[in-house]
Write a protein that binds this ligand. Sequence first.
Ligand code: FAD
Length: 357
Amino acid sequence: MTDVVIIGGGIAGMSACAQLAPYVKVVLLEAEPELCYHSSGRSAATFIEDYGNRVTKELNKASLTFLKSESQGFLKKRGLLLLGRKGEEAQFQSDSEDLGLKYISADEAFKFIPALNRESITRQAYRPDVYDIDTNKLYEHYRKSALENGAQIRKKTKLKSAYQKNKKWEIESSDGDISASALINAAGAWADKVAEFCGVSKLNIRPFKRSIARMRAPTGINVQNWPMIDGVGETWYAKPDAGSLIISPADKELVDPHDAWADDKTLAAGVESFQGVINAPIDRMLSNWAGLRSFAPDGNLVIGPDKNNPSFFWFAGQGGYGFQTASAASQLLSDLFLERKVSVESETLLALLPDRF
Ligand SMILES: Cc1cc2nc3c(=O)[nH]c(=O)nc-3n(C[C@H](O)[C@H](O)[C@H](O)COP(=O)(O)OP(=O)(O)OC[C@H]3O[C@@H](n4cnc5c(N)ncnc54)[C@H](O)[C@@H]3O)c2cc1C
């Protein structure tokens, strides 16, 4: 019999799988024919230590040492430039404080991005220690480590239902039945649905759609070393990616879990915001996509055993931080699962455990 079945082959499920595989017999089920097909294949791949609420920031910080480990090289320095326009002063100040940015002069900002439209910007703030995450490398690191330690990864295998009998979970999947001592719900936007399939009360993990357009860089301009650019109030952002620019309108549309796609009007709003601060025309969309960022009602991740079903673990609500928190979050999940001492403060632990609801 399997010790634990993990539902979901995104960064959450795979990082949990890698952390647990050296100690217990693990099977990971992914409904799609490919791994990383949903949110984890659609992120902006950024690490901002002070992005998210207090509890998320703790997880970001705790993940940084691993992400920076030289032998792995998961991070590449990018920097973050916040641009404010007339009338946005109060929000600019609160964003700068929240994200740990320092005010810089227009001349300094211009050095980073010579194509800035100086007339439209009234304030600039910057932080150098913001990174691009090599999300493929990070995911592959966890996948390889899971396989090396004997985990089984089953694609195209959807959990359809599960029930408990004689202290075991009897799981019906689209590819046959499986018995396990415990279940870990890492199903992203489908976390509540998976709970329901298992007869466990849902926690109101709600998916919000976010879109990204990949635009051809302005002709004759090398954008590769530009920092990430944020509009105030998380209304849009842009960053260089493989020679082009990815631009997000930072949309937050509450949706049902589904295979998300971007609509033209939403993408156009992001491009227009970007175009308002940059003096060079960007006119050609190369591709676009959307993904789901799933949040618990208080915005914290949900990590640990269900309050009524201790052999059903939640690893959900990764929101817009699933990659930057993955190391510390999966460490905590495995410490709780293996009943080891946890390395987060007790206040943080209480804010993450499912029984806070
Ligand atoms: C546009 C966008 C930008 C983002 N930018 C960043 C960023 O810069 N930095 C960052 O850290 N994070 C970012 N994120 C957030 C990050 O992508 C997510 O937090 C993370 O990918 C969530 O991972 P997950 O494994 O929980 O979900 P997913 O990757 O969605 O994985 C869940 C998996 O569960 C599977 N599943 C569901 N139901 C079942 C079932 N019944 N049986 C079997 N399998 C099932 C699904 O098929 C899916 O593959 C961004 C997200 C979006 C959408």
